[in-house]
Design a protein around this ligand. Structure first.
Ligand code: TXA
Ligand code: MG
Length: 331
């Protein structure tokens, strides 16, 4: 990145065009949040359903009052503790925010990303920028510029190359219009961290069940083309070994996405190593790349080793469940 690139990209945003840029979580596809036609280009490029609202990205808390109104002291506390960072707050919206951004809801989702390129772009453009993840709707989120290119080349005005994004999982989405606040999507900031400051209820949707509160829940997400199978519970290794055996008997190619501690248990399968269970940040940074690689590997089946839903495990299991699209073995 250099300052000329940022200036060109900022100008494109000001002119109502779409620009993909890195954040600390995943790449976003941005447009001027106050320009309806610009925002419509995001929905068109992604093939995104119109009732799935977008997150508006800001570079400074002083911008929030133009977009949201009447938020409570507890929401303010979270902004001060976690921004810039991977936490999106759903707040009552100001009338100035176009309905196309919020899917017609009277709330707006806001965050300040913690990435030098995103912050430089937002500051230079001096605009609130609506940005969903920069993938075709239903595909895994992009953590590398080539993922954006694969999905959106020819459909958007520019991609800023910031290399691999550091986080790898999307932001946590928290509804701050209810009491207690409700977790709509688990992400980079964990429930445990939030609960140090405020009470948080976990929406049934955030556990992978359906929920009317988070509009995205009804759409399939993060899905590669390869068939995936998630294995959870207390006998995970034995159940995966059985599945590998069955695949081999049928002459099928199988891969296992597993943690380093158990990789030796899965002889006969290709291993996609999520890193150690003791450092789930590594798994977070690898999951979407692995889901895209699964399609390139020519596997008949990719089995995913489940984990307890604590800390980042909650967000990882949410993404695993969605990617598996209901193909889950509970042991
Ligand atoms: O980390 C991230 O959040 C990335 C980067 C680019 O910032 N963005 C991202 O955006 O993941 P997207 O559009 O893929 O996911 C936004 C989520 C969706 O589940 C959407 O339904 C929810 O936020 N959302 C947005 N506005 C909302 C609202 N007003 N009420 C409830 N949920 C909302
Ligand atoms: Mg997305």
């Amino acid at each position: 990145m250099n300052s000329t690139e940022i200036e060109i990209a900022a100008k494109l945003l000001q002119q109502g065009e779409t620009v993909a840029f890195p954040t600390e979580t995943v790449y976003g596809l941005g447009a001027n949040a106050l320009d309806r036609e610009a925002v419509a280009k995001i929905f068109a490029a992604k093939g995104r359903p119109a009732d799935n609202p977008l997150i508006i990205h800001c570079y400074h808390q002083a911008q929030i009052g133009d977009l949201a109104r009447g938020w409570c002291q507890q929401a303010q506390l979270l902004m001060e503790r976690f921004w810039p960072g991977p936490l999106t707050l759903v707040l009552p919206k100001q009338p100035a925010v176009p309905g196309i951004v919020t899917g017609g809801l009277d709330t707006v989702a806001l965050r300040i990303p913690n990435h030098p390129i995103a912050l430089a772009l937002l500051r230079t453009a001096a605009l609130p920028v609506a940005a969903p993840s920069a993938n075709v709707s239903g595909r895994p989120s992009p953590t590398r510029p080539e993922h954006v290119w694969q999905d959106l080349a020819g459909k958007i005005s520019a991609i800023i190359d910031g290399g691999v994004t550091p986080g790898g999982l999307e932001s946590t989405v928290l509804d701050c219009t209810t009491s207690p606040f409700r977790l709509l999507r688990p992400g980079g900031v964990t429930v445990e961290e939030l609960r140090e400051l405020v009470p948080v209820a976990i929406d049934s949707g955030a556990r992978g069940e359906s929920s009317p509160r988070s509009p995205a829940r009804k759409y399939q997400h993060y899905a590669p083309e390869t068939q995936l199978l998630l294995v959870t519970g207390y006998r995970i290794q034995a159940a995966i070994q059985e599945q590998i055996q069955r695949c081999r008997e049928k002459g099928l190619q199988v891969a296992v996405m597993s943690f380093t501690e158990s990789r030796d248990a899965y002889a006969g399968a290709e291993i996609m190593d999520l890193g150690s269970r003791r450092n789930l940040e590594t798994a977070a940074s690898r999951i979407y790349h692995f889901l895209r690689e699964a399609d390139k590997g020519g596997f008949d089946l990719v089995i995913i080793e489940g984990l307890p839903p604590d800390d980042l495990g909650l967000a990882l299991m949410d993404r695993f469940r969605k990617a598996a699209g209901g193909r889950i073995i509970q042991t």
